[in-house]
Write a new protein. Sequence first.
Length: 283
Amino acid sequence: MSIVSASMASRRNGSNGTGAAGASLRINDPNSVTFVLVHGAWHGGWCWWQVADRLRAAGHTVYTPTLTGLGERAHLRSPIISLETHVSDIAGVIESEELSGVVLVGHSYGGTVITGVAARLPHRISTLVYLDPILPSPGNSIIDHATEEQVKLTASRAIDGYLVPALDARAFGIPEWDRELIEWTNRRLTPHPLRTLLEPLLLPNHAWPKQPKTYIRCTKPYFEIGIEMDLESIRAHPEWNWIELETGHNAMMIAPDAVTAILLAGVASETISVSPRAYGSVG
C-alpha cells in the first residue's frame, strides 16, 4: 500500500482525529503535550496527517486547524482575509479549547501566523517551532522581503485580484518520482489570499516572542523564500535554536519521521535542542 493510500485508510479508521480543528480526543495524561500544527500558504490541516498520527501514537494531543479561505474552508475565501484573520483562527482554537502549555508549530507562511498568535496569547504558548518558515522581520510583511520581480509576478497572476494561485506540489520539494503524492497534494492545494502577504507582522516592541524558538531549515532542496539575510540573523541569535534537515520544504509530508523525532526530542527535554547532524538524508 502506498503512503497516500495508507493515509486514506488511516483517515477512514478515524486515527486522524475529528472536528473542524482536526483535534484528537483530549488525552488526560500528565505527560501528554498539546501540539497545534499550522499549515502554510495554499495548504490545509490535511498536510500534517502523518506527523499528527505519529504524535498521537506517542500519547500527545494534536490539533491541525485549517486557516480561513483555504483547504476545506475555501468556500469562505474573501478579499478581506488578512494575516490578522489567520492569527485569530489559531488563537480561537487555543482559547475555545482552553489549551495551555501549547507547542505551536508553523510551516512556511504558518510561521508568520504562529508568531502573531504567540504575541497575542503568550501565557498559553510554551514553545514555538518554525518548520522552514517564511518569516518576515517584525514590522514587515512577507511581500516586503520579495524581489521586485516576485512582486510583479504575484500581482500579475492574482485570481480575481486577491488570490495567489497555488504552486505545483513539486515546488515544495516533493520528489519527482512520487507521482501519487504529487497528484494527491495538487488536488488539495487552493489559492491563497493575497492580503495575508501584504499585511505587516506587528509585534510588541518590534521584538520576537519570548518563548523558546526553534527554526528547522530544510536544505534538500532549499525552498528559495527571498529572506536569507534575515535567516542568517536568526541562525546567529542566541534565543533561537537552529536545526537543518536534509529534505524538501514540505518536510511534514516527505520526512514525517524526522519532523516527529525533532518535536518529540523537544518534549523529552522541555526544550528542542537537537544536533543538525542528527537528521541526515531522509531520501
